[in-house]
Design a protein around this ligand. Structure first.
Ligand SMILES: CCC[C@H](NCc1c(COP(=O)(O)O)cnc(C)c1O)C(=O)O
Length: 307
C-alpha cells in the first residue's frame, strides 16, 4: 500500500520538476549498489499557523558528512540545500511535511567502482503524519529485539546515513512485523542495544534518562541530540551509556526518537510490558513539540521559517 501523498514538484539538480518527471535511469549505480546518502527532516505547522523546518541546517550538514564518508562529491553547499528546501516547500504549499533529500550516484558506470557515475541531488517533500501509527505518539508501540544485528561499525560506518545501511533495517523491520511488533530494536555485534530500524532509543530508570553512545554503532540522531538538550533544560539527569537487552525489560520508560518517529513511547519489548508513556517521556514530548512549534524562544535557531 503506497504511503506517499504526491505533490506538485520535486527539486532535482537545481530545479523544480513536476513530481512525475522526477525519474532516474534503471542503470543508476546507487540502485544496484546502494551508493547513496540521504536525510529525513520535518517541517511543522504550529496550531497558530507558523511553519518551520526543524534543524534543517544540522541535517544538511550531516548530509555533507555522509557524502564525504561515501566519497561522493556533493555539488551544492549547505546554504544552497537549505534554500532549495524552503523553495520546494513553498512551491508545493506544504506547511507541514516530511522532507527527503537524497544524493546518489546515477547513470554512467556499472562496475562496483563508482568513478564516473553522475551525482544526482534530489529533495522531495510530502505530507507524512505519525511514522509508527496514528496513535503511536499517544499510546506507544510494541517492539521486539531483532535476530538481525546492526551492521558492524567497520562494515558500514554508522556516521553515514547511507541507502546501503537500510537493507539491515528492512530485514529487521519485516521480522518485527512478522512477530506482530511495530518496530525492531537491533543489538550490535557485541550484543549491546544499538537502535531501531529508523530511530534512536532512550530508557528511563529511577528518573535517569539513558541512551547508548554513538560508539555502540548507532546513527548520531538529530532528534536524539535535541532530546539530550531538552532533558538538560528540564533538569532530567541524562547519561550516554551502553545498554543491554535486559535494561530494556526492566526500564520504567522506553521511547524511540527520529525525524520520522519523533518521540514514540514503547509500551512493551519482547512481550515484557513497560507500561503507558511515563512522566519523563511525556515531559520531553511536550517540550519537543513546544520547540518545533516555535513556542520556546531559546531554540529559535533550530527553526527555519517557511511561508
Ligand atoms: C524512515 C526513517 C528515516 C529517518 N531515520 C532516522 C534514523 C535515526 C534518527 O535520526 P534523526 O533523529 O536524525 O532523524 C536513528 N537511527 C536510524 C537508523 C535512522 O534511520 C527519519 O527520517 O527518521
Amino acid at each position: 500500500m503506497a504511503d506517499i501523498i504526491e505533490v506538485d514538484y520535486i527539486w532535482k539538480n537545481g530545479e523544480l520538476v513536476p513530481w512525475a518527471d522526477a525519474t532516474t535511469h534503471v542503470l543508476s549505480h546507487s540502485l544496484h549498489y546502494g551508493s547513496g546518502v540521504f536525510e529525513g527532516i520535518r517541517c511543522y505547522k504550529s496550531p497558530e499557523g507558523k511553519s518551520n523546518v526543524f534543524r534543517l541546517r544540522d541535517h544538511m550538514e550531516r548530509l555533507h558528512r555522509s557524502a564525504k564518508i561515501a566519497c561522493i562529491d556533493l555539488p551544492y553547499t549547505v546554504d544552497e540545500l537549505c534554500d532549495a528546501t524552503v523553495e520546494l516547500i513553498e512551491a508545493n504549499n506544504l506547511p507541514a511535511c516530511y522532507i527527503r533529500p537524497i544524493v546518489y550516484r546515477g547513470y554512467g558506470v556499472m562496475g562496483v567502482d563508482p568513478t564516473g557515475a553522475k551525482v544526482e541531488v534530489v529533495i522531495a517533500a510530502w505530507p507524512w503524519d505519525s511514522y509508527l501509527g496514528e496513535d503511536a505518539l499517544e499510546n506507544g508501540v510494541s517492539v521486539g529485539v531483532s535476530s538481525w544485528r546492526q551492521r558492524s561499525i567497520n562494515a558500514i560506518p554508522p556516521a553515514v546515513k547511507s541507502t546501503a545501511s537500510y537493507m539491515n533495517s528492512i530485514l529487521a523491520k519485516l521480522e518485527a512485523k512478522e512477530h506482530g511488533y511495530a518496530e525492531a530494536i537491533m543489538l550490535n555485534e557485541a550484543g549491546l542495544v544499538c537502535e531501531g530500524t529508523g530511530e534512536n532509543l532512550f530508557v528511563v530508570r529511577d528518573g535517569v534518562l539513558s541512551t547508548p553512545p554513538t560508539s555502540d554503532g548507532l546513527l548520531e540522531g538529530i532528534t536524539r541530540d535535541s532530546v539530550l538538550c531538552l532533558a538538560d533544560d528540564l533538569e532530567i539527569p541524562a547519561l550516554e551509556e551502553s545498554l543491554t537487552r535486559s535494561d530494556l525489560y526492566i526500564a520504567d520508560e522506553v521511547f524511540m526518537t527520529g525525524s520520522a518517529a519523533e518521540l514514540t513511547p514503547i509500551g512493551s519489548v519482547d512481550g515484557r510490558a513497560i507500561g503507558k508513556p511515563g512522566p519523563v517521556t511525556r515531559a520531553l514530548q511536550d517540550r519537543f513539540f513546544d520547540v518545533v512549534y516555535g513556542k520556546v524562544e531559546e531554540y529559535a535557531e533550530w527553526l527555519t521559517p517557511v511561508t
